[in-house]
Design a binder for this molecule. Structure first.
Ligand code: UD1
Ligand code: MG
Length: 525
């Protein structure tokens, strides 16, 4: 077990946070926070999952991935992620997302206030400036909103700035209580507001307030540190509330303001799988709209799914029921779909990909793929090349202008430029124990229904006759014929299939055909 607030995980030695040169490059001139603390220690019981809530994904990134991405794009000097629940899974993921992020462990004291305190413990003790606090389960929050929050906070001279939103139904959110100047007086948790309603005291009305606390804030670092030390656990949930910092700041005569956002999705957290799907759909709607505004034609936005890290060039057309996932990169003037799923695939300009499933593959400019093609990892199709219908490829380097047009399995192969692989060719790469490699030279021609039994090498400018089983190398300029010779046996049908329709057809065919040449009276029909 780790001591509270200890630095854990993957802080690389000799690289404590970002170097000054990095900061200069991203331009740390003004309104860049000193730190962002991402809270991700909570349990997420309503997910009913073996996987920690923040490791569930939408748009091809985990919820925590979205939070870290937004935090990083606010260009803070330090980034800390507070973990506790399933830390064995969450902490390594933080390292994958951002090796410079600091992992802070929350101890057994519960609440957002304690989580934040643990986050501060991995940051420099004399940290000054603005500290943003965000949550690991709020995936649609953007870096732009965090930059606006920081600017508003620093320009207003507030000690605390809270992102708030007005909801038609404030549900179980913390309520924002404002004073007569419109500044924030306090944030009251739902359960505590319920208690005041029941008591009928001066805070009985708080339950009816519709402005809610998003749980995302900007704090003055010094104020946050000293105020959190004062926060107790005397409340309806017996937790250390981060929201109590607001009241403490006000009692110290400091200013607390609200940064009201209209875009409610940005403050919405994921608690269960219904919200996961709803936020996933909204994220996708936003991503698809973004690419349409960048010059991509999306025929049916409702059935098009584009992950957050995908890029697409201008005048590309995406037809219905297409998913562009992972680190997929699509060039300009490409046509994709319908019914296509590309996962971390690179597609060159002007290519066409129809009814295809592909993963970790490269499709060259002007190349054509599909319909009904399955490109597995390590497939590289050169410029102007073709992978056609019912073709499966894996670890296959297919040269410029080479064609694998029909019904082929092509694994562990190199195919030279301009080569043609006939219909039904099988690259037999597996002997039951080991995978072997096949190469087909430049401008070579493999006849239909051949089996190339690896390891084997077909030279440049060579031919393989249709129906061959090739197990020996073929040199440039040769043709390899490896199949049984054809034998025609006269009278076989008459002897062995006498009286069948086949036999009758054979006899009809054998009859003299002179009448065909001589027009019959009355003409023929
Ligand atoms: C919190 C706010 C509430 C706000 C709401 C917005 C407090 C006391 N209340 O309530 O005003 O309207 O968020 O969603 O802050 N977390 C930890 N460690 C903990 C507890 C929570 O890291 O001990 C993290 C969770 O992983 C989560 C976030 O903090 O990402 C919010 O926690 P949650 O328990 O959902 O807080 P709420 O009760 O919803
Ligand atoms: Mg919550």
């Amino acid at each position: 077990h780790r001591p509270p607030g200890s630095i854990a995980g993957s802080r690389p030695t000799g690289r404590p946070g970002r170097s000054p040169s990095t900061l200069e490059r991203i331009g740390v001139s003004d309104h860049h926070p000193a730190a962002v603390i991402v809270l991700a220690a909570g349990e997420g019981t309503r997910m009913k999952s073996a996987v920690p809530k923040v490791l569930h994904s939408i748009g091809g990134r985990t919820l925590l991935g979205h939070a870290v991405h937004a935090a990083r794009s606010a260009a803070p000097q330090h980034l800390a992620v507070v973990v506790r629940h399933q830390r064995d899974l969450v902490a390594p993921h933080v390292g994958e997302l951002d090796p410079t992020a600091l992992v802070a462990d929350q101890d057994e004291v519960k609440g957002t206030g304690r989580a934040c305190e643990c986050g501060l413990e991995v940051l420099p003790p004399d940290l000054s400036g603005t500290v943003l606090v965000t949550m690991g389960d709020v995936p649609l929050l953007t870096g732009e909103t965090l930059r606006e929050l920081t600017r508003h906070h620093e320009d207003s001279g507030a000690a605390v700035t809270v992102i708030t939103a007005e909801l038609p139904d404030a549900r179980s959110y913390g309520r924002v209580v404002r004073d007569e100047h419109g500044d924030v007086l306090a944030i009251m948790e739902h359960k505590d507001a319920l208690a005041h309603r029941a008591a009928g005291d001066e805070f009985a009305h708080v339950l009816d307030l519709r402005e809610i606390n998003s749980g995302i804030y900007a704090f003055d670092a010094e104020l946050l540190r000293t105020a959190l030390a004062e926060v107790g656990t005397d409340n309806a949930q017996g937790e250390k509330y981060l929201t109590d910092v607001v009241g403490i700041a006000r009692r110290q005569g400091r200013k607390v303001v609200a940064h009201l956002v209209d875009d409610l999705w940005q403050t919405e957290g994921v608690n269960d799988r219904v919200q996961l799907a709803a936020l996933g759909a909204e994220l996708n709607r936003r991503t698809v709209e973004h690419w349409m505004r960048e010059g991509v034609t999306v025929v049916d936005p409702g059935t098009t799914w584009i992950d957050a890290d995908v890029t697409i060039g201008r005048d590309t057309v995406i037809r219905p029921n297409t998913q562009l996932l992972g680190a997929t990169t699509v060039g300009a003037d490409v046509v994709i779909g319908p019914d296509t799923t590309l996962t971390s695939v690179t597609v060159g300009d002007g290519a066409g990909v129809v009814r295809t499933q592909a993963e970790l593959a490269e499709i060259g400019p002007g190349a054509s793929v599909g319909p009904f093609s399955y490109l597995r990892p390590g497939t590289r199709l050169g410029a102007g090349g073709k992978i056609g219908g019912f073709v499966e490829t894996k670890n296959a380097d297919i040269g410029e202008g080479a064609k694998v047009p029909h019904l082929t399995y092509c694994g562990d192969a190199t195919i030279g430029e301009g080569a043609n692989i006939g219909a039904g060719t099988i690259f037999a790469n597996y002997d039951g124990v080991t995978k072997h490699h096949t190469s087909v030279g430049r401008h070579s021609f493999v006849g239909s229904d051949s089996v190339l039994i690896a390891p084997v090498e077909i030279g440049d400018g060579a031919y393989v006759a249709a129906g061959s089983a090739i197990e020996g190398d073929v040199s440039p300029g040769q043709i390899a014929v490896a199949r049984g010779r054809q034998r025609n046996i006269d009278g076989w049908v008459a002897r062995r299939r006498a009286g069948t329709s086949t036999d009758r057809a054979a006899r009809d065919a054998a009859r003299p055909t002179s009448s065909d040449d001589t027009p019959t009276q009355g003409g023929s029909r």
